[in-house]
Write a protein that binds this ligand. Structure first.
Ligand code: MG
Length: 159
């Protein structure tokens, strides 16, 4: 068994479509990034790469690469799953994601995110957890300027 940790933070920008955990929130400040800014996908991808000791997403998906400009970050997570399997012989067992954001309200979206992430990780939804909390008004996240995501994944040998 191997464990990996991932973290990401993105600043809010102008109003558009916010993408978080593969769920789209129209008419919300979007996250500023080279890709679609989906910090949930990025943190989880980094956790997978970490468990497999394959470096980080900055090395595999550089923001100098036009391939990832405005990219659907589900592709980044899917590619991390493939790398972990093909390069390290590892597949996810379970994942836990913690989103820290003042907005938007994530209530029902958490279950949608869980289903989306589970599909990409090839896991049952019961093996994927998506939690959310605010920063209690503290710091840049508390002031609603950014979103932070922490992720942990457990992986085991394929087959
Ligand atoms: Mg990111």
């Amino acid at each position: 068994m191997r464990v990996g940790i991932g973290y990401d933070v993105h600043k809010f920008g102008t109003t558009g479509t916010l993408v978080l955990g593969g769920v789209r929130f129209p008419d919300q400040p979007r996250l500023i990034a080279h890709s679609d800014g989906d910090a949930v996908m990025h943190a989880l991808a980094d956790a997978l790469l970490g468990a497999a000791a394959l470096g980080d997403i900055g090395e595999h998906f550089p923001d100098t690469d036009d391939q990832w400009r405005d990219a659907d970050s589900a592709r980044i997570l899917g590619e991390a799953v493939r790398l972990a399997r093909d390069e390290a012989g590892l597949a996810p067992v379970n994942a836990d994601v913690n989103i820290v954001a003042e907005r938007p309200r994530l209530g029902e979206a958490k279950a949608q995110m869980r289903d989306r992430l589970a599909a990409i990780l090839a896991l049952p939804p019961s093996s994927v957890s998506v939690k959310a909390r605010t920063a209690e008004g503290l710091g840049p996240v508390g002031r609603g300027e950014a979103v932070e995501v922490h992720a942990v994944v457990l992986m085991d040998r394929v087959g």
